[in-house]
Design a binder for this molecule. Structure first.
Ligand code: ADP
Ligand code: MG
Length: 435
């Protein structure tokens, strides 16, 4: 089925910065007073990378300005974050656009708190449970459409995918979960093999799936040191929306992504002190950065090849990055002094991401089963009309008592049929008899 997107919308990836609360914030940066959209780092003259990476003070630029679509200050509550960032993303998905929110930042900066939420208080629910709630509320409001939601939850660790929604056996380690792999078809589209798509009829169903996935995520991570900071988790709600009686079906996906920690390790030269280059601990984040750079060069220098295939994460998120998707990045930073270098590199990365343009379109397909149903009905009607026109309309125009009874039952069944696509099939009755 070809995509029949009615409207296409170009737009840059939106970037938001969230600063997590801390009692020992460095005070090195401030949010511009008049407009809450830029963050200025003013490092002290004696600023020295606080993590013992060595002395490179002479090369250090002391003032840095970064611009975002919005900045979420450290005292923001989760419901405000959802209003600022989550609601628009969910609305886009409900309107038929693919939509992605991904959180990027060093370990401990608040990615999981933002995407999933804190475990203790109901008010700390993150973007995933709030999105689920909004989706099913909207579904309930729309009486003229049929809506379906399917949920998947993928964890990628060491470039291997795992299905977090596997209820079939007890999980004790990541290796117990079904392995998910990625396949590329002849059109260059990626497909996930072995990732379950679980129907959710209600908010409760969807929250149970989230809970199951998070439990598997927690169990699987315990025996493996650092796994939670080194893996990516992608929670996806796939939606199908169809207006009653229409052949057309809109399919969209909402991806909510908690990336691996973006911290880097410093490389030291042979003397062991001077940092020459910092490297990501997680190699797929390095590939993500390559993809972002390539996408930028695509728009500025006409570069054609984008190296999505280098990692599973960039392959899975291909549409979210530079494709058919409306995408939002939430950069999370820890305001403490010793994390200044990481905060700076997170902000720098967000600046590069904000230059990427996507082209989202409404994903509308014809549903073959609906088309066949409608055509069959049309053929039936036409056959009856032909029979009538040819004059072989039967013995006469009078219905027998038996036929009347049968018709009554058929009409009653039709009226009581809860399926809006139900048909009134009156079989061999001729049009004259019906009249
Ligand atoms: P990450 O997923 O980036 O490694 P987490 O989301 O796990 O970081 O956050 C680390 C810790 O800080 C957690 O205990 C979390 O509950 C807490 N935390 C993070 N952001 C906030 C916030 N905005 N408000 C309150 N607590 C937060
Ligand atoms: Mg986390």
């Amino acid at each position: 089925m070809g995509k029949k997107g009615g409207s296409k919308e170009d737009g840059n990836i939106q970037t938001f910065l969230r600063i997590r609360p801390s009692k020992k914030a460095s005070g090195y940066f401030k949010i511009a007073e008049l407009e809450s959209k830029s963050l200025t780092f003013a490092l002290p003259d004696n600023y020295n990378s606080g993590d013992g990476r060595g002395d490179y003070i002479n090369n250090t630029k002391l003032r840095h300005d970064f611009h975002f679509n919005d900045i979420i200050p450290d005292d923001s509550k989760q419901d405000e974050v959802f209003k600022k960032v989550g609601m628009a993303a969910v609305q886009n998905a409900l309107d038929g656009f693919n939509s992605t929110i991904f959180a990027y930042g060093q370990t401990g900066s608040g990615k999981t708190f933002t995407i999933t939420g804190g475990p203790e208080r109901y008010a700390d629910r993150g973007i995933i449970p709030r999105s689920i709630s909004m989706i099913f509320n909207e579904f309930r409001k729309r009486t003229n459409v049929q809506c379906k939601a399917f949920i998947s939850y993928l964890e990628i660790y060491n470039d291997q995918g795992y299905d977090l929604l596997d209820p079939s056996h007890e999980t004790k380690a990541l290796e117990d979960l079904p392995k998910v792999s990625i396949l590329e078809d002849e059109h260059g589209n990626f497909h996930l093999k072995n990732l379950s798509m679980n129907p959710a009829e209600s908010e409760e169903d969807a929250l149970n799936l989230l809970f199951m996935g998070d439990t598997n995520r927690a169990i699987a991570e315990t025996p493996m040191n650092m796994a939670s900071s080194r893996s990516h988790c992608i929670f996806t709600v796939a939606m199908e929306v169809r207006e009653n009686g229409s052949d057309k079906i809109r399919r969209s996906k909402l991806h909510l992504v908690d990336l691996a920690g973006s911290e880097r390790i410093g490389k030291t030269d042979s003397q062991g002190s001077v940092r020459t280059e910092a490297k990501y601990i997680n190699s797929s984040l390095f590939f993500l950065e390559m993809v972002i750079v390539a996408l930028y060069e695509k728009s500025t220098k006409g570069r054609t090849h984008i190296p999505y295939r280098n990692s599973m994460m960039t392959s899975v998120l291909r549409d979210s990055l530079g494709g058919n998707c409306k995408t939002i990045m939430i950069a999370t930073i820890n305001p403490e002094m010793e994390h200044t270098d990481e905060s700076l590199s997170t902000c720098r990365f967000a600046q590069r991401v904000s230059l990427i343009k996507n082209r989202a379109m409404i994903n509308e397909d014809l549903d073959p089963s609906m088309v066949i149903r409608r055509l069959k009905q049309e053929i039936l009607t036409l056959r009856e009309e032909i029979a009538f026109l040819k004059g072989d309309a039967g013995e006469g125009d009078i219905l027998t008592p038996g036929e009347i009874e049968k018709l009554k039952i058929q009409c009653k069944d039709y009226v009581e049929d809860p399926d809006p696509r139900g048909l009134l099939n009156i079989g061999s009755m001729t049009l004259t008899k019906i009249k």
